[in-house]
Design a protein around this ligand. Sequence first.
Ligand SMILES: Cc1cc2nc3c(=O)[nH]c(=O)nc-3n(C[C@H](O)[C@H](O)[C@H](O)COP(=O)(O)O)c2cc1C
Length: 225
Amino acid sequence: MKYLVFLGTVRDSTPPKPPRVGERVAKACVHYLEKTFEDADVELIDPLDYELDRVFKPHFSYHQNKVPEALQTLAEKIEQADAYVMVSPEYNHSMSPALANLLNHFGASLYSYKPSAIVTYSAGQWGGTRAAVNMRTFLSELGCLPVSAMIHVPKAQEVFEESGKFAAHVKDVERWVGYFGRTLNQLCWWGQAAKEQRQAYDPRKLVKDFKRDPSQRNAPNGDSD
Ligand SMILES: Cc1cc2nc3c(=O)[nH]c(=O)nc-3n(C[C@H](O)[C@H](O)[C@H](O)COP(=O)(O)O)c2cc1C
């Protein structure tokens, strides 16, 4: 099983302190998956590793042999993955613009028929729950349906060290591990089920991807002026 853990922060300045708390949360997800599932092949996707143009041009807008190398590499990773973990901070009660921007560079056909897990965090007490609500819609539209359980980490900078390990003062580590497991074990189950079903029956035989225009999904009476 191939997992991609998307990190949703590119913030490298303060305040608020510390910056890039998301790295800790994303690494904690990587640790959990690697420790829990023997066959897990987990990769952390850091948006800072992908230089995107200032002018928005998604992967699918390039001529096939003109796609920038980094964009093509990530497209292949997304296509080959079996499940996604989407780690986002809450910025103004919304999901991270850096994460949305990175994900928007790829068409739904690359994410489709695979599950995702919503993981949010904040420096304050709400753990990014308000961002999570909208992420469910966003990820559903991308085709990687979020599993029902979600992870929300309030005061994430106090829960995890920079390495993604639990901070020494955290007493209820077992409860935290159980909490992460509720979502990530669901992700594993759905990921495995979807993988087997994709291999048994190609979903594109039933439902075609939208390759040209979103109007391809219009209701019949939506075609007339
Ligand atoms: C532009 C901006 C908006 C923020 N909005 C919220 C918010 O709506 N709710 C919240 O709980 N925290 C909010 N915060 C605080 C973040 O939760 C905190 O800074 C966190 O560390 C951000 O994650 P990052 O360090 O990985 O970028 C905001 C921070 C920034 C920079």
